[in-house]
Design a protein around this ligand. Structure first.
Ligand SMILES: Cc1cc2nc3c(=O)[nH]c(=O)nc-3n(C[C@H](O)[C@H](O)[C@H](O)COP(=O)(O)OP(=O)(O)OC[C@H]3O[C@@H](n4cnc5c(N)ncnc54)[C@H](O)[C@@H]3O)c2cc1C
Length: 508
């Protein structure tokens, strides 16, 4: 790999954002609004912005969350549909990028490989592979904001089913949907029960001969209107910005209320979901077989069927569900352990994602590799012992962006405070003595369970705890005190020797 001439001479940036998905655009927008004098840029591995919403191209690809909460606080969602399709989300993101000036600051085809913190210089040096010209680029920055999402863009998760090589039809993972795949009139088997399968089945069923969803374990699926009548009402009577804020608040409360109901009264929540499923399905449909998960609602992410699309496809006889264990893939389809054969022209393995932290980039502090699993998260946005580093991880029990927006606000407030007080370095330090730690995510999804050991950990008390509670986080991140006994601030320039000593010690 060649080094790109000139890049190392570039003056260090104030902030280097990695990733131009929803979180990267969010961070750029807050920086542009709150700290207009800061210099920043975004490195993006792909050739376009949007992350998840550009990568996934399968039929029907849409959000599960309403866009009043999944969108940004500062940018009203204008579309009629509250649960939105990927193309509409992309338009929204492109607008946000243009409004913040991020569209002109994204360096595409820059895949970040490593980021090295040097305490003496109080700088990050980030090495990226230029995928367009096969060269290496090095960029220096005072702060690193990692907005790389949480999963591997190159490979989805596909458990090895016996006989996969025997199948004579088309085998597809939704993460790599072939643009020219014509499924009209075909028999399709979709393996999986998560949000992707629940989205794909009704979308494919519109023109396929038949779609069979094959699931080992059922998921909770809630029919929800794709339009939000309350938001429509707000939009009718309030100016745009206030209507967006009101709809956002109402949906935050609605999501929180339902989540609390599920956690505190799981039996009641289960009965409610079951009742709505029964109403949506034909009389005598085996709801207890196909829509009766062995866990409580919100132990795993709940799936949404906008306007009951999945149930409509089942009612129309265009889609069906088979629950059980797969024995093997055959030449012509899928054989279940029960002996049932499902004929298919195509098999879609909607079996999930593989977690990848920080987009696979290695982090180093003064030459020492940072093992994320040995670190504690501070306020859900920094790692202990890693100076001037922030990462964007959103909620798993409501819209991702709600949390990312709050942590971007905290990030900007922290930078402003450091400017005012003349600090160059900020590092979170573990509290002295023992602190009980637990996994970062208390969430039963397969992709989380498979990766839990490589994720950073959370502590048993604030500010080391992940709250997953927007109201509490808003109090702490958007309005609360920035300074914290766990945060160490260090001077730049003249005080760099001090910076080197302390940051180096914490990174050991
Ligand atoms: C199909 C699907 C539907 C979803 N629906 C919802 C939903 O309804 N509600 C919800 O809350 N969440 C949902 N999620 C989760 C969703 O991924 C997040 O909510 C959100 O899109 C994440 O945004 P992000 O910017 O943090 O990450 P991403 O969208 O993953 O973007 C990360 C960006 O970083 C770039 N990148 C990664 N590694 C590197 C590197 N090494 N160097 C340079 N660039 C890099 C990527 O190319 C990408 O552009 C969904 C996820 C999927 C897969």
């Amino acid at each position: 790999m060649n080094a790109v001439n000139g890049t190392p001479d570039e003056a260090p940036l104030d902030v280097l954002i990695v990733g131009a998905g929803l979180s990267g655009i969010c961070a750029a927008s807050y920086l542009a609004r709150e700290l207009p004098r800061k210099s920043w840029t975004i490195l993006e591995a792909r050739s376009d912005l949007g992350g998840t919403w550009d990568l996934f191209r399968y039929p029907g690809i849409r959000s599960d969350s309403d866009l009043f909460t999944f969108g940004f606080e500062f940018k009203p969602w204008r579309s009629e549909k509250a649960i939105a399709d990927a193309p509409d989300i992309l338009v929204y993101l492109r607008e946000a990028a243009a409004e913040s000036g991020a569209d002109k600051k994204i360096r595409y085809h820059h895949k970040v490989l490593r980021a090295e913190w040097d305490s003496k210089a109080a700088l990050w040096t980030v090495t990226a592979h230029r995928t367009d010209i096969g060269a290496e680029a090095r960029i220096r920055a005072r702060w690193l904001f990692c907005a790389t999402g949480y999963y591997d863009y190159d490979r989805g998760y596909s458990p090895p089913f016996a006989g996969m090589d025997d199948f004579r039809g088309t085998l597809i993972h939704p993460q790599h949907w072939p643009a020219d795949f014509d499924y009209a009139g075909k028999k399709i088997a979709v393996i999986g029960s998560g949000a992707t399968a629940v989205t794909l089945v009704p979308a494919l069923a519109a023109t396929a001969a038949h779609v069979t969803q094959i699931q080992r374990t059922p998921t909770y699926v809630m029919p929800l209107p794709s339009r939000d009548w309350l938001a429509d009402l707000f939009r009718r009577f309030l100016p745009e910005v206030r209507a967006h804020a009101a709809a956002r608040k109402a949906n935050v409360l609605r999501q929180r209320w339902f989540w609390l109901l599920c956690r505190n009264h799981p039996k009641l929540a289960r009965r409610l979901i079951r009742w709505s499923n029964r109403r949506s399905l034909p009389k005598g449909y085996p709801v207890d077989v196909h829509f009766n998960p062995p866990y409580d609602p919100w132990d795993q992410r709940l799936c949404v069927a906008p306007d009951g699309d999945l149930f409509k496809a089942i009612r129309a006889g265009r889609a069906s569900i088979v629950t059980g264990t797969i024995d093997r893939i055959t030449e012509t389809g899928v054989r279940m352990a029960s002996g049932e054969e499902i004929e298919a022209d195509a098999i879609v393995t909607a079996t999930g994602l593989q977690i990848k932290l920080f987009g696979g980039a290695g982090l180093f502090v003064d030459g020492g590799r940072v093992e994320p699993s040995e670190r504690l998260v501070f306020k859900g946005m920094m790692l202990d012992g890693v100076p001037n580093f922030c990462f964007a991880a959103g909620y798993t029990n409501s819209a991702w962006t709600l949390k990312v927006g709050l942590l971007c606000q905290q990030f900007c407030r922290l930078l402003a405070l450091m400017d005012t007080e003349g600090h160059a370095v900020c590092v979170a330090e573990r509290p002295p003595g023992e602190i009980a730690t637990r996994p970062l995510l208390d969430f039963g999804a397969g992709y989380v369970k498979r990766a839990i050991d490589m994720l950073p950990r959370q502590g048993d008390r604030a500010p080391w705890e992940m709250t997953f509670n927007y109201v509490e986080d808003a109090r702490m991140l958007s309005r609360g005190e920035i300074k914290d006994p766990a945060l160490r601030f260090l001077p730049g320039q003249d005080g760099n020797a001090d910076a080197a000593r302390v940051a180096g010690a914490t990174a050991a």
